[in-house]
Design a protein around this ligand. Sequence first.
Ligand code: S3P
Length: 429
Amino acid sequence: MGSVTLSGDVLTVVAGGPLRGELRAPGDKSISHRALMLAALADGDSHISGLSDGADVAATAAAMKALGAGVAPDGEGVRVSGGRLRAPAGPIDVGNSGTSIRLLAGIAAGCPFTTVIGGDASVNRRPMDRVAVPLRLMGADVDGADGGRRAPLRIAGGELSGIRWTPPAASAQVKGAVLLAGLFAEGETVVREPIPTRAHTEEMLAAFGADVRVAGGEVAVRASRPAPFEFDVPGDPSAAAFWLVGAAVTPGSEVTVYDVYRGAGRDGFLRVLRRMGAEVSAVPTGRDRVRLTCRHGPLRGVTVAAREAPDLIDEIPVLAVAAALAEGPSRFEGLGELRHKESDRLRSTLAGLAALGAAAEVDQQALVVHGGARLRGGSVDAAGDHRIAMAFCIGGLAASEGDETAVGGWGAVATSYPGFVRDLARCRT
Ligand code: S3P
């Protein structure tokens, strides 16, 4: 039987034994950010339960407080008193959270005061011109490091006008930022997406009563606010993916994850896993959630088109682990955006695979994984990226019996899934 030990910032797993059990995935990170922001914009009290307990969402909660919203524990969730945003007393620090800074930039652009938003070294390295450019076109004054292309961003918000915008890269964060700014703008703000990305911003705006319309690959908003709401955040598919892939690749395993969000734009990894031959069942358990079960079995290589990429962008590292163990090669197209995540995820995924003895390479924007690997233990650096840490923990569990894998920089996992090791222990008893 294998083991899992956390010592300082290093997680060590010894391979051996199946994953078996039933888990609730942590609250969805993307939905949690938006729930807090929309509640802060709504005039009155909202109640949100099931929020992600990760540091990224805590950063959004703190940012909304800094902007004048009340955010306080209330029963099983939090109560957010919104509607009266005001200038923050000092710079807002979003830590590692790219979603926080980009979405917040949209809100700050609509507010008649100056907001400074920065983050850790990773966030301050990531491209921000993708939000700065459209927000400037709408009328906000957006400045920042590196000629306004990087955080910290200084945003003097004010009178905005609607624009029609086609983001140059497929990004739900950019779409979200422009749509949130559109809530403050005169006229219509339209985002056109050549390749669709996760639809949480427009879906939640519609559900909570803002003026939004979705048709023909376009989302249009007009000046409006959400109404106060009660909302329970479903579980995070991107977190569930670790357990489902873990079950698929570890002999004797069967894992169920319940309460997982099941809307468009987030289930791409399930389709890919099924194409690889994984036995995954999905039972709807409510309007917005599903119960997923995956059992160990043989996998085959897969080809994933660029059009599918936004739908599984956060699951690529763990799918690459599955591909390494599958029979035959896999090819994942259109992964240029992976370079701009918490780490350069193409690079960190390749490094992790190599550390565990799997052959893979990058061919332009595609990740090619040779397949048929017998993974061995190794030493992997999370590179400050929670998803790299968790993906290669799963890789380590699927290595040859008794092999030891050390994942350094494990602390990054706290951004989205502080309970990961606890849930892993639950699946290994
Ligand atoms: C997110 C969108 C994705 C994803 C990130 C969360 C969101 O980024 O990688 O973890 O909540 O909008 P992009 O769509 O900007 O690539």
